[in-house]
Design a protein around this ligand. Structure first.
Ligand SMILES: Cc1cc2nc3c(=O)[nH]c(=O)nc-3n(C[C@H](O)[C@H](O)[C@H](O)COP(=O)(O)OP(=O)(O)OC[C@H]3O[C@@H](n4cnc5c(N)ncnc54)[C@H](O)[C@@H]3O)c2cc1C
Length: 394
């Protein structure tokens, strides 16, 4: 089942099929489900190395930067397919950070960082959020100050996911005044093992390890600054469309659905009936799942055609991530209604795994409440209901 990949070049399709034939196994799926939020296990590492060797980390990058120049449609289809087979995902560093470097980095930064990302040696943790700056990121206070030979960094970041297994940090830091809001923020990309950087574990319910990060007089050279001083916001926002499309892919949900279909068929072949509630649920969820899949195709196509796609990316991300929570919660109950599951069925583990990680998808890449505001304003031309001065019916 390659769904969206049908639209990809035959060479990409063949590459994916060959990769799956070599790496896909129940052991890899088990390893990913039990460890991937915490550390990279040996099977996942092997699969990741092979993905990097096949050039998938740079699939969407321009060929001038060492990538394959594939369309957003093909990249999105690959992400969906990897999700469907519960394979490792393309690392966020390759998917969201590298395009920032390609767009805003100097020639030296590109020459230094991109080859390391392409072959999987460089992994970047995103250091945006702070204890008092989450959704309202423009109020962040951690600072970068000019020093004799570069910059000195001080402050605290929170929810710094995977820092413990990353080689670098991408830090959003205040270089202007706090009153400047998003106009006084700059980005710095620094090795994580610099003197003055420490991180401390935060355990989460979704089995994803995230961290509190402390910056204590960290000295970095000018070459750590990514983009212009005070222009970091532009870089961050520019990467969000791609991230939202990626978070909105429905490979995991399509797989969960297909696991139910397989279990239902097997149950019927055994001469037992499948509960009416389960059949009704599947009939209800199928068109919604297909809708999300098609929204992803449409959003990717708009990007490839050079059309503005911010609204479509938000609609996709909100729809898929909320369906993810709802469908996974339903699946936990529905899976327990089967007296017996077919051998190798993922219904024992997949529903809970998806359910526990679902909250992250709802606020990652921008919380859904704020994305709804964007859809309302840009997509349907409504003013912000939260601001009484702008309410349309005053
Ligand atoms: C497991 C995990 C991993 C994370 N990983 C990272 C990471 O790697 N790097 C990183 O920088 N950050 C990361 N984050 C932070 C994440 O992006 C923030 O949690 C998110 O931006 C929300 O910020 P907050 O927690 O401060 O909540 P708040 O901003 O306080 O929001 C709380 C609630 O209020 C709602 N709300 C807030 N503002 C508005 C508004 N204007 N309109 C409508 N509703 C609103 C929100 O939707 C939310 O439900 C992670 C968080 C978690 C829990």
């Amino acid at each position: 089942m390659l769904r969206g990949l049908r639209r990809a070049e035959p060479a990409v399709r063949a590459d994916v099929l060959e990769f799956l034939a070599r790496h896909q196994s129940a052991d890899l799926i088990d390893e990913i489900m039990t460890t991937s939020g915490l550390y990279v296990g040996p099977l996942e590492l092997l699969a990741q190395q092979e993905m990097a060797l096949r050039g998938w980390y740079g699939l969407s990058w321009p060929t001038a930067n060492g990538g394959s120049g594939a369309s957003t449609a093909v990249t999105t289809a690959l992400v969906e397919c990897l999700e469907y087979y519960l394979a490792p995902r393309i690392p966020p560093t390759a998917e969201y950070v590298a395009p920032m470097i390609i767009r805003h980095g100097t020639a030296e930064q590109q020459a230094d960082w991109l080859p390391q990302i392409l072959d999987g040696r460089m992994h970047v943790a995103l250091g945006y959020s702070e204890p008092e700056a989450g959704t309202d990121l423009a109020s962040l206070r951690s600072r970068a100050r000019r020093a004799a030979t570069g910059w000195t960094l001080d402050g605290e970041k929170v929810w710094n996911s995977h820092a413990h297994r990353c080689t670098h940090e991408l830090l959003a830091l205040r270089t202007g005044s706090v009153a400047d809001r998003h106009r006084g923020v700059s980005l710095f990309l620094v090795p994580i093992d610099l003197k003055g950087i420490s991180y401390h574990e935060i355990e989460t319910w979704g089995d994803v390890r995230t961290n509190r990060l402390v910056l204590d007089g960290v000295e970095v050279p000018d070459s750590a600054l990514l983009g212009e001083v005070d222009q970091g916001w532009r870089c961050i926002v520019g990467a969000l469309e791609r991230e939202r499309i990626s978070l909105g892919t429905s490979g995991h949900l399509l797989r969960l659905f297909d696991e139910f279909i397989a279990a239902a068929r097997w149950t019927q072949e055994q001469g037992r009936a499948v509960s009416e509630e389960t059949m009704n649920g599947l009939r209800t969820y199928w068109p919604r799942l297909l809708g999300c899949h098609r929204l992803a195709v449409a959003a990717a196509r708009r990007v490839d055609e050079g059309e503005p796609a911010a609204t479509e990316a938000c609609m996709l991300k909100v729809s898929t991530t909320e369906l993810r929570s709802e469908f996974a919660a339903w699946a936990i109950v529905a899976a327990s209604r089967f007296q017996q599951l077919p051998p190798g069925s993922l219904l024992e583990s997949l529903p809970e795994w998806l359910y526990r990680r679902a909250p992250f998808h709802r606020f990652g890449g921008g919380t859904n409440e704020v994305l709804r505001d964007i859809i309302a304003q840009r997509g349907i031309g409504l003013t912000r209901a939260a601001d009484p001065a702008l309410a349309v019916d005053r």
